[in-house]
Design a protein around this ligand. Sequence first.
Ligand code: SF4
Length: 312
Amino acid sequence: MIIRHPEKVNKSINPIKKKPSWIRSKLTNTQDYFLTKSIVNQYKLKTVCQEANCPNITECWSKRHATFLIMGDTCTRACAFCDIKTGKPKKLDSLEPLKISSAVKKLNLKHAVITSVDRDDLDDGGANHFYKVIIETKKNNPETTIEVLTPDFLRKGESYKKIIEAKPDVFNHNIETVPGLYRQVRPGSRYFSSLELLKNTKKIDKNIFTKSGLMLGLGENKNEVLQVMDDLRSAKVDFLTIGQYLQPSAKHHPLDRYYNPEEFEELGNIAKSKGFLLVSSSPLTRSSYHADEDFAKLQKNRINQVNAQSIS
Ligand code: SF4
């Protein structure tokens, strides 16, 4: 039997807390759900929806919205919150850019979201592969907007710049949690490096929307959350997503608590008041949840902001 998380074998057991009534995924297995599934299978693609066991899968796939996971299904990091397999990844698939671009075409996507596992084993962290996937997808689908959700490219120099060169419409990198929990939750990452990545992306190309996501329930307190919001605004991040951490197994980071919908609303309102162009905050918010509709809102909000600035 292959162990999905060999690094967690000796971790203590943290029983999973019962989910509250508001954590319920919508069950909508429509024709489009099965179409999405068959296209994903046809091209032998990986999706974060399946690999991370996302609670929104039936809803998203029923709208043909899947988030493609490139560069394999095995991650070189071992984040304590994440259900993606950890281990030694396989060689990159040189046909993957074509497969993704063909799947995007078959699904007739207006907005495609592409993410990846961490590839610390590659000199460039996989930035060139991301570039090829974006370029090929754009070539085959000129009307489709592209959103990337990238690793942090820690210790990979300026390789991330190759992704910016491909001009994705949205550059997302999740900050995930407050700095005080990084050692336990994201031991292979550095809070300020993640912030720098977002800040530099905006500095290099101000037209790219930058986006980041935060999970709640890992043991953070409110002041720490508000500080992360301020840090992301200092990095000129446009769009913040805030969602509930769901503990994948008894060996993962223990869930501290479930936040209720009113708390998400309150934090969402605080974030909006801090100047983000868009905020999505709810228990089931994930960084790619409703990404297509949110992209349209981002564009509209930017136009409104520019108009307001020109009047004042
Ligand atoms: S929220 Fe994102 S990861 Fe989850 S099912 Fe939807 S597209 Fe996939």
